[in-house]
Design a protein around this ligand. Structure first.
Ligand code: AMP
Length: 182
């Protein structure tokens, strides 16, 4: 596996911009569109992730809506494996399993198709999203993967907002890998 050297890590970090007070006051939104439209940064990230995951016998990548679709889909194409979307309620057309999770104020929900991993017993699944904050979305996603019969072998994030403690909690139930800790 090819480790990410400090220069590359810094380059990736600099390719992401902070947007203050988006989508609401006091939130610093990590805008990854400036990494996506930078071909050097996007390829550097995909080279790194494909080298990390290409010998791990992964059957599927499950990506969390919506930025997890971009990284997950691109990595699937590199690894030659299938992609599973984890979506907001009412978006997936076939029968679904859903999981509610708590937000700071209120509750949210995500869904997966019941037959997402059909055909492969205990499919080895990599979960991917752009960012982990409180970890609520990721934990609900790991639960969904289990309920659908998959075996989540790792949860991978481009950015980990470590002060919010989400990855620390998630590590209690699954391996976690974050490319950049902020
Ligand atoms: P959480 O469930 O709190 O870990 O939130 C993770 C989800 O919310 C991910 O899908 C992120 O894309 C999004 N998210 C949360 N906080 C931020 C932030 N500061 N910048 C960009 N995306 C965020």
């Amino acid at each position: 596996m090819q480790e990410l050297d400090e220069k590359s890590r810094q380059y990736l970090l600099n390719s992401i911009r902070d947007i203050n007070d988006f989508p609401k006051p006091k939130v610093v939104f990590k805008d990854i569109t400036t990494l996506l439209n930078n071909k050097v940064a996007f390829n550097m990230l995909l080279d790194h992730l494909s080298s990390r995951y290409n010998n791990k016998n992964i059957d599927f990548i499950a990506g969390i809506e919506s930025r997890g679709f971009i990284f997950g889909g691109a990595l699937c194409a590199r690894l030659g494996i299938g992609f599973i979307p984890i979506r907001k309620p009412g978006k997936l057309p076939y029968m679904t399993i859903s999981q509610k999770y708590s937000l700071e104020y209120g509750v949210d929900e995500i869904e997966i198709h019941v037959d997402a991993f059909s055909g492969i017993d205990k499919a080895r699944v990599l979960l991917i999203d752009d960012l982990i904050a409180t970890g609520g979305t990721a934990k609900a996603s790991v639960d969904l993967i289990k309920q659908a019969g998959g075996n989540c072998i790792e949860a991978c994030f481009l950015i980990d907002l470590i002060n919010l403690g989400g990855s620390r909690d998630l590590k209690k139930i699954v391996n976690v890998y974050s490319v950049l800790e902020v």
